[in-house]
Write a protein that binds this ligand. Structure first.
Ligand code: G3H
Length: 198
């Protein structure tokens, strides 16, 4: 049996402003979510945590790591959020005004759309696969590992376990007050969504 805990970073300034991309830090609420995760996981054994290279991911992992007796934390750039290219740091409304064609094209086919000078869900898949392989390799035979990822990253990872059509993957709901727990046995995969605040 192997347990995968898939966590999304807590609320950031950019989340509050509706901006995408960037490397903003957690807000007070985000820090509280991270603390709540730390308290929640204190009774669990999480020997490996994989973050992205972004501050919000690392800040979220910190209280979880601090609540563990033995835990290795490793940042993998493969788990960095989708690169929105020319649209990084913008609000969707701004994108709609500044790049109306891009906005429309993404609305039409979000999975296959690739941001100019950036990525799309379709092009991100390969690096996320690579990140997962790395994480599984580095955690060896450990019973549990955690990934503290981002919205698009977690959607992609979840799509390996949920049977969703490709075009639905960019719309999977990834809340910031819940995490996903995937248990793999030789025969099957069990899946639960756990609320850790409120
Ligand atoms: O760009 C950052 C978002 O987390 C991805 O959201 O693919 O729904 O625009 P989106």
């Amino acid at each position: 049996i192997r347990n995968l805990y898939l966590v999304r970073h807590g609320q950031t300034l950019y989340n509050m402003e509706g901006r995408i991309g960037g490397d903003s830090e957690l807000t007070q609420q985000g820090l509280e979510q991270a603390e709540a995760l730390g308290r929640h996981f204190r009774g669990f054994s999480i020997p490996y945590i994989f973050t992205s290279t972004r501050r919000r991911s690392h800040q979220t992992a910190t209280p979880i790591y601090q609540g563990q007796d033995h835990c290795t934390v490793k940042a993998l750039s493969e788990f960095d959020e989708i690169n929105a290219g020319i649209c990084e740091h913008m609000r969707y409304e701004e994108i709609k005004h500044k790049w109306p064609n891009e906005y429309r094209r993404r609305q039409k086919d979000k999975y296959h759309y690739i941001y100019p000078e950036g990525e799309g869900y379709i092009t991100m898949k390969e690096r996320v696969d690579k990140g997962l392989r790395k994480a599984l390799y580095l955690s060896g035979n450990a019973e549990a590992l955690m990934i503290v990822g981002h919205q698009a990253i977690n959607r992609m990872i979840l799509s390996y376990f949920l049977f969703r059509r490709t075009e639905d993957v960019p719309f999977i709901y990834i809340p910031q007050d819940q995490y996903f727990h995937i248990v793999s046995t030789q025969k099957k995969k069990l899946f639960e969504q756990v609320r850790f605040t409120g």
